[in-house]
Design a protein around this ligand. Structure first.
Ligand code: SAM
Length: 285
């Protein structure tokens, strides 16, 4: 696998940050759990031989699938050297020789031959790929899938809805910042604007048997999801601060105040919230 990351890195946080690695390790656990497992939506997993995860982060999804399907070869690629090294170390310590990870920029043509995978998976790329890269990205997924191969995309509907005014304000600002900077397909920057756009793009690329499933993670205070979501928010918004401020929609001082207020409000006895996301599956003709 080539160690190439030519081209611009458009991820909205620093992909080499150890804090981001830690955030994604935790995020993977809670998301896979709320979805009901790594291969939810796949009808006959045992028929899969070559599987790829694009933008795999620290590799949790790949490792779960490699464990569940010991006869399959499961690969993950990510732009972050830190995450790829961590993921390869985990494959070794978990004795999963069928899991491997490499560094690759998925916003560029993918360094894989045509028709080399039975399943191409990707999760949470809204803040990775600019909106004008999505059609090319799906075309590349299609090229590397075998006929009859499956594409499986999971994206956020929102970044959480809650009773905290500061949290809500930060959501509205991130939607606006993403939209202004060319991410997502919202028409006015009031939503993330991904989940309504994906089915159309998949249909345009010829995918058949399109299906979608919706999921929710409750992060209300005193529920099992709260602590993980809280930690994710604490790290994620801190790492995202530069993106907010560079978008020119908030000053550093205003951000700091909202961020601290959000953390306080998330501890309130009457704090409740829900995070929503969707998975899309289609078959390559
Ligand atoms: C929001 S995280 C999602 C990680 C993982 N898919 C998950 O669901 O847990 C986005 C990931 O994409 C990676 N990434 C960002 N830009 C990338 C690029 N141009 N090519 C490959 N990976 C990229 C980041 O390093 C990060 O691991």
């Amino acid at each position: 696998m080539a160690d190439e990351t030519a081209g611009e890195n458009t991820y909205i946080v620093d992909a080499e940050s150890p804090a981001e690695t830690a955030r994604l390790i935790n995020l993977d656990r809670i998301i896979t759990q709320t979805m009901g497992g790594a291969l939810v939506g796949i009808d006959s997993p045992n028929k899969l031989h070559n599987i790829l995860d694009l933008g795999c982060g620290p590799g949790g999804w790949v490792l779960d699938v490699a464990f569940a399907l010991p006869d399959a070869e499961v690969e993950g690629v990510d732009i972050s050297r830190v995450m790829v090294d961590y993921a390869n170390a985990r494959a070794l310590t978990q004795s999963l020789p069928n899991a491997s990870f490499g560094k690759m920029n998925i916003a560029q043509p993918l360094d894989f031959p045509d028709a080399s995978f039975d399943l191409v998976n990707a999760r949470f790329l809204t803040g990775v790929l600019l909106r004008d890269r999505w059609p090319g990205f799906i075309a590349e997924c299609t090229r590397i899938l075998r006929p009859g191969g499956i594409i499986r995309l999971t994206e956020l509907i929102d970044s959480g809805v809650s009773t905290s005014p500061a949290f809500e304000r930060l959501q509205h600002l991130i939607y606006q910042a993403l939209w202004q900077n060319g991410y997502g397909f919202s028409i006015d920057g009031r939503t993330l604007g991904m989940t309504h756009a994906l089915p159309r793009m998949l249909r345009a690329s010829g995918y058949q048997h399109l299906r979608h499933m919706g999921f929710g993670l409750e992060f209300s205070v005193n529920t099992p999801g709260w602590i993980d979501f809280y930690r994710n928010a604490e790290i994620g918004y801190r790492l995202g601060q530069a993106f907010y401020v560079n978008a020119g929609i908030i000053t550093s001082e205003e951000f700091e105040q909202l961020y601290q207020q959000m953390l306080i409000e998330m501890h309130s006895d009457d704090f409740f919230g829900m995070w929503h996301y969707m998975m899309f599956i289609g078959t390559r003709p």
